[in-house]
Design a protein around this ligand. Structure first.
Ligand SMILES: CC(C)(COP(=O)(O)OP(=O)(O)OC[C@H]1O[C@@H](n2cnc3c(N)ncnc32)[C@H](O)[C@@H]1OP(=O)(O)O)[C@@H](O)C(=O)NCCC(=O)NCCS
Length: 176
């Protein structure tokens, strides 16, 4: 088990194939996935897992499993991925949590740790969160994590046009 980050209540570690059931509890839940145009199929869930395993190898980071320190249970995913906004390639902090664990501050705790990792370990100048304009809970995680809304753009995903807001935090503003 490759542990990447530790916070007060959480461990962030690389996902493995064994995490498929906990991953599907997140990605195949309709309410959790409303901002992604609906729940994933088994094939889409497996492809998501494999994409992250590939990211660990090729980029050195990706979406990691978030586990409760107390129990070791995987309650969500958070991490860093390369994304594109127009022609720009940006480092994004992403997070998706099992619905049973919403409303406890876990996503904000994990997102803050990922943001710090991007600045201190990856020497990023700016980190982003790209959020569908209907996803208020996610915007609040970005805001609690010290990000500001910068621009709005339309993302084409799973056959739909989805307006998104781009949030970001700049390393210079953090005095790191
Ligand atoms: C986005 C998502 C992770 C946010 O989850 P969340 O539970 O709202 O966010 P947090 O874990 O940071 O919890 C914050 C809430 O916990 C509360 N809280 C309770 N105990 C807390 C504690 N000890 N510390 C901090 N906050 C605490 C906060 O007051 C806040 O409540 P509020 O939303 O009523 O203001 C979740 O909605 C999700 O998984 N959505 C589906 C996937 C998705 O859309 N991801 C983002 C794509 S851009």
């Amino acid at each position: 088990m490759k542990i990447i980050l530790e916070t007060e209540r959480l461990l962030l570690r690389e996902m493995t194939q064994q995490d498929y059931p906990m991953l599907s509890a997140i990605l195949q839940d309709a309410q959790t996935m409303y901002a992604y145009e609906g729940p994933f199929s088994d094939e889409e869930t497996q492809a998501w897992l494999e994409r992250n395993l590939k990211r660990y190898k090729e980029d050195g980071f990706g979406l990691w499993a978030v586990a409760l320190k107390e129990t070791g249970i995987m309650i969500g995913q958070a991490g860093l991925t390369w994304q594109t906004i127009g022609d720009a390639k940006v480092l994004e902090v992403g997070y998706l949590f099992n619905r049973a664990y919403w409303g406890k501050g876990y996503a904000t705790e994990a997102a803050l740790a990922c943001k710090k990792y991007a600045f201190s370990q990856l020497h990023a100048k700016e980190v982003y969160s790209i959020i569908r304009d209907t996803n208020i809970a996610s915007m609040n995680v970005a805001i609690r994590g010290g990000m500001l809304a910068r621009i709005r753009f339309v993302k084409h995903y799973r056959g739909a046009d989805m307006p998104h807001l781009v949030f970001s935090a700049k390393r210079d503003d953090m005095h790191i």
